[in-house]
Design a protein around this ligand. Structure first.
Ligand code: HEM
Length: 462
């Protein structure tokens, strides 16, 4: 039974009269939640205007919320705000409707279809590599963020829909998804949440985005509904049936596809961008990853063999042999988790280790704070891929870049494979370095915890 002892409360982080921490939260939600949780031993209550909130970076409490008592902690209002924009999909559904969709979609994300992602990523990489070859010849510098966003957008488009749009179409679609996600972020960070009907709530923007999504994705969904035999994820979703033998409707397919795009390329682009920053900061790391890729049998990267490479399937054993690339990605996602906070709400009074968690409180779980917290020791802030050597036993209970429990990212294996292969191929084919005068930009939480400025690098063809 929840205790009524007034002493058994989580500590309170006092803010400004009336506003509480609303301004800080709107300005920088990542730093605010992280700081409040850290200053109070991993969990504290605070107020944002009239909303009661808790900032959490304690791994035990996070697992209590996400796994052990998950039914008592549905998603916060942040996810509902996204519905009109990115659709009624896995990220914004709850209860029975979420469960039905997750069960139907899960098989498309199990390891076999996901292994296909490695092959698709390698094929997409050859397009980026052709561009980078020209850049290397000219001795120019490029902004890694731009090209990695294109690469991951190409990857998810090919894996999800089985198509490879031309550069211009891909760029326009990428811009649309980003615009949609920024609108979600803008609404979530607003100090006051406006109802959908409110005149100032930019409904015309939502309608325009919805029409643009329909124009891009509608014909692809229709084509897969007519011929669902392909190896792409959308075809698998068209073939999926629920317990009653019913398929997903056209609207459901459209919403889920929108959601998968919304969740699945900005995140991996951000992860990969930070991975390249780490590689450029650490002398010798690029060469070591490149050597590992060649030793694993990941082709030669020689231009003359381009066609053979495009058609080659990447085997599961090859992936297994990319241990260093895997560790670099794991450590990058520890120090730079693209999804930095999870929002939940308390459905009924509860308690954790004798302390009260009040009904109606908005819970902000800071993945960023947890990944740099005490479980990681005195050198938590240091980038050290060797933490992930099997014999080192990293504190996995304090690691959740893909969340934990039933809402664990459905694209987790997809993203891990895509990032590992992309990093291995980049380092196999190029020696990457900071452009003269360039260095790692600061992080700014936008849609994801992304680089706030160009990541300028030069390329040397191996
Ligand atoms: C580095 C890359 C990625 C990271 C860090 C990441 C992280 C996350 C996190 C933390 C969640 C949980 C959100 C919550 O419950 O509050 C999540 C959910 C989700 N992710 Fe990812 N993700 C990544 C890539 C992907 C990819 C590639 C896809 C799809 C192809 C994807 C699709 C989804 C979906 C659909 C959900 C909702 C799952 C559910 O509630 O059933 N993600 N992701």
């Amino acid at each position: 039974m929840p205790t009524t002892d007034p002493a058994a409360e989580f500590p309170l982080a006092r803010g400004l009269p009336l506003l509480g921490h609303a301004l800080d939260l709107a300005r920088d939600p990542l730093a605010t939640t992280c700081r409040i949780a850290r200053e109070h031993g991993g969990a504290a209550r605070f107020r944002a205007f009239s909303r009661e909130c808790m900032a959490i970076s304690d791994p035990g409490l996070a697992r209590h919320i996400l796994q052990q008592k998950v039914d008592n902690f549905p998603r916060s209002f942040h996810y509902r705000t996204s519905r009109p924009i990115i659709g009624y999909g896995l990220l914004t559904q709850e209860g029975d409707s979420w469960q039905r969709a997750r069960r139907m979609m899960q098989p498309a994300f199990r390891s076999d279809p996901v292994r296909e992602v490695a092959t698709v990523t390698a094929r997409c990489w050859t397009r980026t590599r052709d561009r980078w070859n020209d850049v290397a010849k000219r001795g120019d510098a490029i902004d890694a963020r731009v090209d990695l966003t294109r690469l991951t957008l190409d990857g998810i488009t090919a894996a999800l829909c089985g198509i490879e749009p031309d550069l211009e179409t891909a760029d326009r679609f990428g811009a649309l998804v980003r615009e949609a996600l920024l609108e979600v972020r803008r609404r979530n960070n607003a100090i006051v949440q406006l109802p959908a009907w409110f005149p100032g709530n930019r409904q015309s923007i939502v309608r325009r985005m919805s029409a643009a999504f329909e124009a891009f994705l509608g014909p692809v969904v229709d084509a897969r509904m007519r011929e669902p035999e392909g190896r792409d994820i959308l075809s698998a979703l068209v073939r999926a049936r629920d317990g009653e033998g019913q398929p997903l409707t056209r609207q459901e397919l459209l919403d889920q596809t929108k959601t998968l795009f919304g969740a699945g390329f900005e995140t991996t682009a951000t992860g990969l961008t930070w991975a390249l920053c780490e590689v450029m900061d650490k002398p010798g790391l690029c060469d070591a990853i490149g050597e590992e890729a060649r030793a694993a049998g990941l082709g030669s990267g020689v231009a003359a063999e381009r066609n053979a490479e495009i058609n080659a399937e990447i085997a599961g054993e090859t992936l297994e042999k990319l241990g260093l690339a895997r560790r670099v990605i794991e450590e990058t996602l520890r120090l730079n988790p693209p999804v930095y906070t999870l929002g939940r709400v308390v459905a009924a009074d509860d308690e954790y280790e004798g302390k009260r968690i009040r009904n109606g409180t908005t819970l902000l779980i800071s993945i960023w704070g947890m990944h740099r917290g005490p479980a990681w020791g005195a050198d938590a802030e240091r980038f050290d891929p060797d933490r992930w050597l099997p014999e080192r036993e990293p504190p996995r209970h304090a690691y959740m870049p893909f969340a934990a429990g039933r809402h664990t990212c459905i694209g987790m294996h997809f993203a891990q494979v895509e990032m590992r292969i992309a990093l291995a191929l980049i380092c196999r084919d190029f020696r990457i370095q900071w452009a003269p005068g360039a260095s790692r930009p600061p992080m700014r939480p936008q849609i994801t915890a992304a680089a706030n400025g160009p990541v300028m690098m030069t390329l040397e063809r191996r």
